[in-house]
Write a protein that binds this ligand. Structure first.
Ligand code: EPZ
Length: 430
């Protein structure tokens, strides 16, 4: 079994380059199916979710050419199937975007229920409702979602919950539907805007992305394009918090500062210095952070995907902070791991009460999911002594070359193989 070994309490100092956005690329790769043509995608992060997405595209019949580590050419002319089986979908939640993309191309799709991070119930009722309103018939048997339509027709779709996934999936199905689709109460995340920009580069007509009303006029045909993925807002936020939690000084490059606004504001509330440049932010902290309260909200609110990372900083703050998780039912599992490191946190439902301590102590911990794993990395760098983290497959899903990037910042981190310990349950579950 591979584990991460961190010897903590060195301040992280230096420069780090942010990679392409995971949650944008996992929506844009399936979207290439909508054109029977060649798309060149740049600034793709080298992460296991992308590897899985490429595997699914290849199994469907697409030809994928790797131009360099972050650039792919995807030829979807050879796609000859609308079925995505369980052994491919179980690894990542975003596999369900093939529903919208295959519906958009074939008016048919048969995709197994997705896998991905488990923090409470993750329904897909809004996705399926959206497809039905566009004219699809939906059935689920043996955990396979079957969607089919004679012809997709534009419709008014109100999202009861703000849902990134449902907004993406409806966009993918609607771009070639007949007539106008209006998505109300749409998600506004940067990756929604990135997908809309990509679809428009292919000849679609998507307007309003980034607001809560997205209008899509169906077109008959889409064509290939060249497109560069936006920088990853959450990877950037993770390095910002790591710099603050280790009392470091880090220049985080290749970012869009506007996407980081809510994170920047909360760090400043904690007494952390954040300086913004055109495509970079510099984060400095030379004292103990101050307490502050966090409530996760859909964009432009504080991102739920930054909640675990920020809680590590608050666990070291002077005073008591309240962290409210309003998006997911149960996204505090990682707190048990922080308590093993000496954190003083109690959880009541969707609220964590974080009483700051002077220092965390290194310990053996596990990564429960992707962002919980990121939180363990930050805790390890901030803690006194050694931290050993297992279940690395979660972290590899969303953080390109994180060992190299943290090492370049002066972090004492190694990926070590423990051969006699077999596979962690996460690795064996895939
Ligand atoms: C996306 O998940 C992200 N994943 C998640 O990031 C992120 O936490 C989440 O959006 C919120 O920002 C990807 O983009 C691949 P939602 P998604 O649909 O689309 C409810 C990470 O760490 N809901 O926006 O699955 C749902 O229960 C991952 O990168 C319904 O009720 O999230 C939740 O309470 C983890 N019915 C809320 O909406 C539905 O049909 C938001 O979920 C769909 C969602």
């Amino acid at each position: 079994m591979e584990k991460i070994v961190i010897n903590g309490s060195n301040p992280l100092k230096g420069e780090v380059e942010i990679s392409g956005a995971k949650n944008a690329v996992v929506a844009i790769l399936p979207a290439t199916i909508l054109a029977q043509d060649v798309c060149r995608i740049e600034n793709i992060p080298d992460i296991s979710d992308v590897t899985m997405m490429i595997k699914i595209l290849s199994q469907l019949g697409a030809q994928i050419k790797m131009i360099n580590r972050s650039t792919l050419e995807i030829d979807t002319r050879g796609i000859n199937s609308f079925i995505v089986p369980h052994e491919l979908t179980k690894h990542l939640r975003a596999s369900y975007y093939f529903l919208g993309a295959l519906l958009g191309r074939y008016s048919r799709a048969k995709v197994s229920m997705p896998g991905g991070c488990c923090f409470g119930v993750r329904p897909i009722d809004l996705h399926l409702r959206g497809f039905e309103l566009l004219g699809s018939k939906i059935s689920i048997d043996n955990a396979m979602i079957n969607a089919s339509a004679d012809k997709l027709v534009g419709s008014a779709i109100y999202m009861d919950n703000v849902s990134v996934g449902a907004t993406v999936n409806v966009m993918l199905a609607a771009v070639k539907a007949k007539g106008l689709t209006v998505i109300e109460n749409a998600a506004r995340e940067p990756h929604i805007v990135d997908l809309a920009n990509f679809l428009n580069s292919m000849g679609a007509d998507v307007r309003g992305a980034g607001t809560d009303v997205i209008k899509i006029r169906g077109v008959d045909k889409l064509h290939g394009c060249t497109y560069s993925i936006i920088p990853d807002q959450i990877e950037a936020g993770t390095y910002m918090v790591a710099a603050a939690a280790t009392k470091g000084d880090v220049l985080i490059k290749n970012v869009i500062p506007k996407h980081l606004e809510s994170i920047t504001k909360k760090l400043i509330d904690c007494g952390v210095e954040v300086e913004e440049f055109d495509e970079a932010v510099r984060v400095r902290c030379d004292k103990r952070p101050e307490k502050c309260n966090i409530k996760t909200m859909p964009h432009p609110g504080f991102p739920t995907d930054m909640q675990p990372q920020m809680t590590v900083l608050l666990a070291l703050a002077d005073g008591t902070s309240i962290v409210s998780e309003s998006v997911w039912d149960n996204r505090f599992k990682y707190i048990d791991q922080l308590i093993r490191m000496g954190a003083n946190i109690s959880v009541e439902g969707k609220v964590a009460i974080v009483q700051g301590v002077e220092a965390l102590k290194g310990a053996p911990v596990g990564a429960d999911d992707l962002r919980a794993g990121a939180a363990m990395l930050i805790a390890g760098f901030a803690a006194q002594g050694q931290t050993v983290i297992e279940n690395l497959s979660h972290i590899d899903r969303g953080y390109e070359r994180f060992v190299e990037k943290f090492t370049a910042l002066g972090g004492d981190i190694q990926r070590v193989n423990f051969p006699d310990e077999g596979e962690s349950e996460a690795e064996s579950a895939g």
